[in-house]
Design a protein around this ligand. Structure first.
Ligand code: PLP
Ligand code: COI
Length: 342
């Protein structure tokens, strides 16, 4: 049974589903995981998350396969990244086993919200941990809540799989050796003003360059870059200063490109001056999947990729079809990539 929803017309918006999973950290330990129907949280007015933005999160998706199974894609990598994020913000870690148990409980309880195979929609899962206890001096919160919620979503960009136009931002997303390599809420708060400016000017997203020298490509507010060279190599930027989020999608695509499609891959520093030489460009992430980029504006100058504004370029299309095929169970997955919810 699935809910009666117009699955094909969903966009990326919050919608409360029936259940979410919670656990509380008090006196040095996590409570048992519980399912709750209450979408509200009740915390101190002086909570660490409210005063000092002490919160980290993850994002992954559950899919329904052609044979009716419900699966998630490499959730162990999300669990590990949440541990890294939590440590960096002095938040107690949620162990990987606890994360996996919460994921199974959550998706199973909300199974009717997992979109049907072929609908183009998926169930977006949002795990997060935040400082819930009162703190006024700058210090870690004395109490925390771990929560995992989910919602059915469609494409992240209104353009869907059509190419988008982005601009080079005048603002920075993350400081060199700051928090860019983890999923901290504060990174996204930092990007909101720049994101709104970009939207007002008609751009779908910002391209951020390295904050230290504004010379090298880093990423966007919510996705990593991949580029295709004239001779068909897949290139993804490596950060000079450890400020790019290690995207699960990007790491997977690099493996798909090399091991399944037999392409050459490179993760290296990408000077912005090299971008006009690439033939295709895409943004990759859980929410974005792979969104093709048709044009990049840089202060009055335009970089237009030969793949154009009508459809995905051929190489990115191949990567997209293989990745989504693995996620939906129509292409064999590398060992350990698919976690079935039973
Ligand atoms: N970069 C940023 C800043 C993100 O927020 C995300 C989304 O999670 C990504 C990249 C893509 O990461 P992933 O593929 O793990 O979703
Ligand atoms: C994701 O892709 O899961 C993210 O967290 C990106 C966010 C901008 C929605």
């Amino acid at each position: 049974m699935t809910k009666n929803i117009d699955w094909g017309n969903l966009s990326f918006v919050y919608q409360p589903t029936d259940y979410r999973v919670t656990a509380k950290w008090q006196d040095g330990e996590w409570s048992e995981l519980e399912l709750t129907t209450d979408p509200q949280v009740h915390i101190s007015e002086c909570a660490g998350v409210l005063q000092y933005a002490q919160t980290v999160f993850e994002g992954l998706k559950a899919y329904r396969t052609e044979d009716g199974k419900v699966v998630t894609f490499r959730p162990d990598l999300n669990a590990k990244r949440l541990v890294d994020s939590a440590k960096r913000l002095a938040i107690p870690v949620v162990p990987e086993e606890m994360f996996m148990k919460a994921l199974d409980m959550l998706v199973k309880a909300n199974e009717e919200w997992v979109p049907p195979y072929g609908s183009g929609a998926s169930l977006y899962v949002r795990p997060f941990i935040y400082g819930s206890g009162p703190i006024i001096g700058v210090a870690p919160s004395p109490e925390y809540e771990f929560r995992m919620m989910c919602m059915p979503v469609g494409p992240y960009f209104k353009e869907g799989v059509k190419p988008i136009v982005i601009k080079v931002s005048d603002f920075d997303r993350a400081a060199p050796h700051g928090t860019g390599n983890i999923k901290a809420g504060l990174n996204y708060a930092m990007s909101l003003y720049a994101g709104e400016l970009a939207h007002e000017e008609g751009f779908a997203e910002n391209m951020y360059l390295d904050a230290g020298s504004r010379t090298y490509v880093e990423e966007t507010g919510g996705a990593n870059f991949i580029f295709i060279t004239k001779d068909g190599k897949v290139v993804t930027p490596k950060s000079k200063s450890d400020s790019i989020l290690p995207s699960v999608t990007r790491r997977s695509l690099m493996i798909v490109a090399k091991d399944i499609l037999g392409m050459e891959t490179e993760q290296r520093e990408v000077p912005f001056s090299e971008v006009p030489e690439f033939t295709e460009c895409g943004l990759c992430g859980t929410a974005a999947v792979i969104s093709p980029v048709g044009k990049i504006y840089d202060h009055g100058k335009e970089i237009a990729f030969p793949s154009g504004m009508e459809e995905m370029g051929p190489t990115i299309k191949k990567l997209y079809d293989t990745l989504t095929g693995i996620q939906m169970g129509t292409v064999p997955a590398p060992e350990g990539w698919i976690h079935e919810i039973k």
